[in-house]
Design a protein around this ligand. Structure first.
Ligand code: AKG
Ligand code: FE2
Length: 388
């Protein structure tokens, strides 16, 4: 397996989703010129003098458009000829990474205005999607578990979850008619975007074909999904994660004419929910390489951490954001998934005060065990009178 440094970890400050309220970005940007998924290039030290920069004057952006034209000549060579939108997102991410608190507030305001502009102009196709309606959204087994008497609820929820690797679980979740409805809505959004030529913010640097559902009026529904369902599952599966208090919800699309795969990365989330909506496809399996702290992000996985999962429509997979993963290439058809990066501002604050992550990082755990073994050996030797 080739390990690429993912770019959606919480180390990345800049973000198109500046509204999560906890000061963390969604990975849609880079600190000090870190490159997008699937590339390992940084901003160049010297500008490419022969490159003709694009014009960014028409963009509704918080930065002076001239900055983008100047910065463009410093882009990694593989990005120089990328679509203007990709270059813009990459450069905006870098600029946001350097911004101060005041600028950050302005970004929040800009993002709110951007969202408001979409919401007041986009006409939803399936209005039912914009209000949480469990009996319409979920399959029977999922509803039964959540509707169980409080005394047995956790036990019933545990029963519907299948563990496929340490910290990775799957379960049946979305009703086929809900999946079908959301697919129709996504198609409608895409047609509207095509007509209006509106440039949208991508959900993360991992995808070129994603749509942030929160920006299209579904924040209320997804907040309820987090609050009433995902929080509960997270509390059962990941008790060390503090309460999840915000979400970044989006769809990702794969196909021959879209993204084909997703590079190996970590999410900017404490917990990620990922549900396949359809349609028909082959390939595109998710692969996992174990949980790591930021310091050990590039360390090798141990065999028990590796697992491969084939997406099935309606089925969800839930894992810690730090569990490194990627999606293999789709080999035919079209795959669309609903992804929700769930965040905990308390967990993030606590993490800032820690320097050992043996509670989740496989590598920190290994090192801690090694030290313990060494201490035990030294103690044993001392007891037997051997010179230490
Ligand atoms: O393609 C997938 O199912 C995974 C997408 C993903 O990992 C992400 O968006 O963070
Ligand atoms: Fe991911």
């Amino acid at each position: 397996m080739v390990f690429e440094r993912g770019n959606s970890s919480s180390t990345l400050k800049a973000s198109a989703d500046v509204t999560n309220g906890n000061g963390n970005g969604n990975g849609n940007g880079y600190v000090d010129g870190e490159a997008p998924a699937n590339t390992n290039h940084r901003l160049q030290l010297c500008p490419n003098q022969n490159h003709m920069s694009e014009n960014y004057d028409d963009l509704d952006t918080e930065f002076n458009p001239l900055i983008f034209s100047s910065l463009e000549r410093y882009l990694p060579p593989n990005l120089l000829d990328a679509p203007r939108e990709t270059k813009y997102e990459y450069m905006r991410g870098i600029l946001c990474g350097f911004s101060t608190e005041g600028e950050r507030n302005r970004q929040v305001q800009t993002h709110n205005e951007y969202r408001q502009k979409i919401i007041s102009n986009y006409r939803p196709l399936c209005r039912e999607l914009y209000t949480m309606n469990p009996s319409m959204f979920f399959v029977e087994s999922f509803l039964r578990a959540f509707n169980a008497n409080e005394k047995y609820r956790d036990e019933y929820i545990r029963d519907i979850l299948s563990k496929i690797a340490p910290g990775v679980y799957t379960f049946q979740m979305l009703h086929p008619s809900f999946c079908e409805m959301l697919l129709r809505e996504v198609k409608n959004i895409e047609e509207w975007l095509h007509e209006t030529k509106l440039m949208v913010m991508l959900p993360s640097t991992i995808t070129k074909s994603g749509l942030v559902l929160n920006d299209f009026g579904m924040k209320g529904t997804l907040d309820k999904l987090l609050e009433n369902f995902v929080c509960h599952i997270s509390r059962i599966l990941f008790p060390d994660v503090c309460s999840l208090d915000s979400q970044h919800g989006y769809v990702v699309q794969y196909g021959i004419d879209r993204d084909v795969e997703a590079g190996f990365h970590m999410d900017d989330s404490e917990v990620t929910l990922n549900v396949c909506l359809g349609k028909e496809f082959t390939g595109g399996e998710l692969f996992f390489g174990g949980m790591r702290c930021e310091q050990h992000v590039n360390s090798e996985p141990c065999p028990k951490e590796i697992c491969v999962y084939s997406h099935k429509p309606g089925h969800a997979i839930i894992h810690r954001g730090y569990n490194r993963h990627g999606a293999k290439a789709i080999t035919s058809g079209h795959r669309i998934n609903l992804v929700m990066w769930c965040r905990s501002s308390v967990s993030r604050e606590l993490k800032r005060h820690r320097n050992n992550f043996a509670n989740f990082c496989g590598k920190c755990q290994g090192e801690k065990e090694k030290k313990l073994q060494e201490m035990k050996r030294a103690l044993f030797a001392r007891e037997r009178g051997a010179p230490s």
